[in-house]
Each structure stands twice: as C-alpha cells, then as structure tokens.
Design a binder for this molecule. Structure first.
Ligand code: FNR
Length: 384
C-alpha cells in the first residue's frame, strides 16, 4: 500500500528528502560573533537523529549588521564555515537533509535577544546599543521608517550602492554554502526583515524604480534570489520563505486598484514569477512580522490557506505550510489534500523532537532500524 502522504519521499533537484515533515528555521540567539557553537550542534543534532525529513538552520545573516541580535548566526566570513560543516556532516551521517536560511534583518536589526526583551518588558527600547554589541546607527531598509519609533532603531533608506553590497553578500554566503555542504539554501523573504520590507507597500515608500508599483517593489528581492541561484547553481534546491500577508487591518488592495499592504494576491503573483524564472524550487508560506498593529487570527494551521492558494495558482510549484501544525492527522490531511507538499514545524519540534516518530506510529508507518536502512546509521531516521 502507498505510504501516508507525510511519509512519501520528495526529490527536489536530485536531493531526496525522506519524508515531508520538516524542521522550520529557528533562531537560537546562541552564536559567537556569528559562529555556530556546541549549542547548535546539539540542538540541530537532536533533530537530525529523530526522523524529520529536512532541517533548515536558522536565519543566518549575510553581513554582520544584517543580524537581528548580536547573538545571531552569520555566514559573512570563511571562519563561520567549519562549525556549520560539523553540524551538516553529523546530520548527513544520520540520513537527514539539511540547509540554511540566508537572511538580512533590515530595519529589525540590532535588537536584543528574546530573553533580554522579556526581562525588559514591552514599552522599553529593544534596541541593542553600541556598548551592548549593537549597531543602531548602521541599520538600513528600503525607506527610513522604523518598525517601531520607541523600540526599534531608526533605519537609513538604502542607496543603490547599498543594494549592490547586500546582493554581493548574499552571493558570497551562497558560495560558502557549497563549502559547508548544505543540501539547499532558503532565502528569507518573510517576517518583516529586509526582503519583506522591500515587497510590502507598508515599509517600502520609495519613489525610484525600487518602490511604488508591484513590479518595482519586487525588483530588488527578485534580483537577490536570481543572484543566489547563479551562485548556488541551477542544479541544486533553492527555497524561498515569504510572509504571505502583512495582516494589517483592511484589504490588500483599494477599490481603485492601489496596493495597500502585502498579501496573498501579490504573494501568488511573486511566487509565479519566481517559479517561471526557474529560481525557486520550493516556496514556504509563512506570514506577518512587518506591521506593529498586525492582527493574526492564530489557530491550528492558520497559514495553510496561503500555501493552498499558491499551490492552486501554480500547481507545479512545490509549497510548504507552516504555523501551529501540531496534529499528525491534520498534517497528513494538508499534504494528502494537496494544500501543501510539505509541512514545517518549529515549536512542535521543540516540545517534542520525536514528533515525526510519533506521527509514524499514529499513521502506521514502520520505522526502519539502522542496519536495514542503506547509508543511514541512526535507528530512528528512516522509514519504509
Ligand atoms: C522561529 N521562526 C523563524 N522563522 C524564520 O523564518 N527564521 C527564523 O530564524 C526563525 N526563528 C524562530 C525561532 C524560534 C525559537 C521560533 C519558535 C520560531 C518561525 C518559525 O520558523 C515558524 O514559522 C513559526 O514558529 C510557526 O511555526 P510553529 O512554531 O507554530 O510550528
């Protein structure tokens, strides 16, 4: 009999993912000057031995000032390759595919790690100052609009020179990914960070060829993906994670056709464009993060309708659903019904790193032992 949809392998550009339960990227705020530490080795390693089909390493900054916090991961210099390589080799030895999310935090850079934010409480500044290893005077964005006047740094509006510098940094990081040995790269275009800031009319008020019309707002984001594709290669999996909505109040478009905020209609157009250009093999549909007053109707599977809409419009594009997916039967239904090709979990895997194994048990999938599974040394990472 056919295996359940969640446990059907998926091959993208020659890379076989053993199942469709993937670990979403999760910032650990535990890097040292952008270098992965033993914390990452243990955290990622624990997932690599427990049955997920893929792991995406956290948002990793392509330049130092593109970090969210001073403790963020980076891949802007060659010394950051070795600690990542150790993690990737461990993951591969246990039959788990692994990639990395390349990122730039834009106007949401130079802020405190979450535990410091929690200690400070809301309403006080979250900006990491220079004497706290921050760089508040070197934050930049499409327009000089702070994410929050009182809490976040004031970004400068980027020049074309700045854009070229950021693109080149994405390219340099993508080249380092070859040396690390990653299976895939994911471009972080979600959650109110630099690329999302460019696509959204709420954060992009530019009047040059990078702002205004949808075509203009997509110009720089698409160019980053194109250049990462060239550096990474057309024969290797390239993923893009988007926010499919700003979740600001009101419609995406006014009655006279003016785009008011970023939403699913523009996301679907952009997804189609990336797909048509052959520069995106898999699109992960998240949402939010770019608007302080966002109103997100959080509930189980609250973002699945985004992946479903994109899949419907572009059936040949592989799409992922993420966001409060906690129930294996619901997850199975999403994939089986074609609402997504893959489900990604973040908090569900922190609470239960064995989630994929529990799902296998519930769905009647037998877990292969180490010796039966070719090229796989772990007792828990393969299925038949
Ligand atoms: C996240 N999330 C996230 N997303 C992303 O694109 N890059 C990142 O580095 C992070 N970092 C991160 C850290 C932690 C601790 C959490 C819990 C989340 C968002 C994450 O990938 C996911 O989209 C959301 O958490 C929703 O999925 P869950 O947690 O409901 O399964």
């Amino acid at each position: 009999a056919d295996p359940p949809a969640l446990f059907k392998p998926l091959t993208i550009k020659g890379v076989e993912f053993k199942n469709r339960i993937w670990a979403a990227p999760m910032c650990q705020y535990s890097s040292q000057d952008g270098h992965a530490t033993d914390w990452h080795f243990v955290h990622i390693g624990s997932l690599a031995t427990r049955g997920v089909g893929s792991i995406c390493i956290e948002a990793t900054a392509v330049v130092p000032e593109g970090r969210i916090s001073p403790e963020d991961a980076g891949l802007w210099t060659d010394s950051q390759i070795a600690p990542l390589k150790r993690i990737v080799e461990f993951s591969h030895a246990h039959g788990t595919k692994i990639g990395i999310q390349l990122a730039h935090a834009g106007r949401k850079a130079s802020t405190y790690a979450p535990w410091i934010k929690d200690r400070m409480g809301h309403g006080t500044s979250w900006t990491a100052q220079v004497d706290e290893n921050g760089w508040p005077d070197n934050t930049y964005a499409p327009s000089a609009i702070s994410f929050h006047d009182k809490i976040y740094p004031d970004p400068k509006a980027m020049t074309e020179e700045d854009m070229k510098y950021v693109e080149d940094a994405f390219v340099a990081a993508a080249k380092r990914c070859h040396e690390v040995g990653f299976d895939f790269i994911e471009v972080h275009a979600a959650h109110g960070y630099l690329i999302h800031e460019f696509v959204s009319p709420l954060s992009n008020h530019r009047t040059d060829e990078y702002g205004g019309s949808l075509e203009n707002r997509l110009r720089f984001p698409t160019r980053i993906v194109q250049r990462v594709r060239e550096a990474w290669g057309h024969d290797k999996p390239l993923f893009v994670r988007i926010s499919a909505s700003d979740w600001a109040e009101g419609p995406e478009k006014s009655e006279d056709g003016k785009w008011l905020q970023w939403g699913i209609e523009q996301s679907t157009i952009w997804a189609g464009e990336l797909h048509k250009q052959g520069i995106c093999d898999f699109l992960d549909a998240s949402s939010g993060g770019n608007w302080q007053e966002q109103k997100i109707p959080v509930k189980h599977g609250y973002q699945v309708h985004f992946s479903e809409a994109i899949k419907k419009a572009h059936p040949d594009l592989l799409v992922g659903a993420v966001g409060m997916i906690t129930d294996p039967l619901e997850a199975e239904a999403y994939v089986k019904e074609g609402k997504a090709d893959v489900v990604s979990l973040a908090r569900g895997l922190l609470r239960d790193p064995h989630w994929a194994l529990s799902a296998a048990k519930l769905l009647g999938v037998q877990v292969k032992s180490a010796n039966q599974a070719s090229g796989c040394r772990s007792t828990v990472s393969c299925y038949n």
